[in-house]
Design a protein around this ligand. Sequence first.
Ligand code: HEM
Ligand code: HEM
Length: 184
Amino acid sequence: MPHTQTRSNSLLIALHWIMLLLLIAVYVAIEGRAYFPRGSEARDEIKAWHYTLGLTVFILVWIRLAVRLLTTMPPVVPPPQRWQRIASRIVHVALYVLMIGMPIGGVLMLSGEGERIPFWFGLEVPPVIAPDKDFAESVEVIHTTYGQIGYALIALHAVAGLAHHYVFKDNALRRMLPFSRQPS
Ligand code: HEM
Ligand code: HEM
């Protein structure tokens, strides 16, 4: 196997686990807002973290997608059944929809509400549409609903990963772990 392929896979693996940590933080920030009174500075601050970290997901997902499309992942051994391959493909696509669609929805929502969209180092994302509260509310319904679906998707995906390891006893999880050698 060429040396470059192993390196690309390492980047994919790194981005995969960074994404998990980021998404945990994105969810904790938005759920955590409930502990602070409405209108308080702390509540605005924790929501701002939700926006900034969510936008970071949006940036990293394109790098990840590029690496994913430019490299081949080593095959799962022993090969999973057809229904497993189809199911995992559907869940992976739904996870990419989460990583790409949720930040877009968030930006549309805040733009429609005429609110600031804070990013790292004091930077801000400019509004992408003119203020439109009704539109913002519709997007919020979608963002909230898919956000809840996201919990189920991530849980299902994680359980499937563990099932591959402990039940089907294949290498699907092992080849995604940072410190195990990639089969080549
Ligand atoms: C992968 C990224 C993201 C995920 C998984 C996510 C998930 C969520 C979830 C679960 C909620 C709470 C819904 C509820 O009330 O139960 C929420 C609310 C919200 N999100 Fe996101 N989000 C993401 C990215 C973003 C981004 C990038 C922005 C803005 C730039 C954003 C803006 C908002 C806003 C404005 C709310 C409503 C907050 C409130 O009114 O208290 N989200 N999001
Ligand atoms: C504890 C949590 C997680 C575990 C145990 C886990 C495990 C795995 C495993 C074993 C694979 C390889 C499966 C295969 O190639 O068929 C994989 C791939 C993948 N994971 Fe996760 N994962 C977790 C969290 C996440 C999160 C939070 C996301 C994003 C929202 C995610 C998105 C993906 C995607 C899109 C793939 C397909 C490969 C790619 O395109 O990068 N995973 N994961």
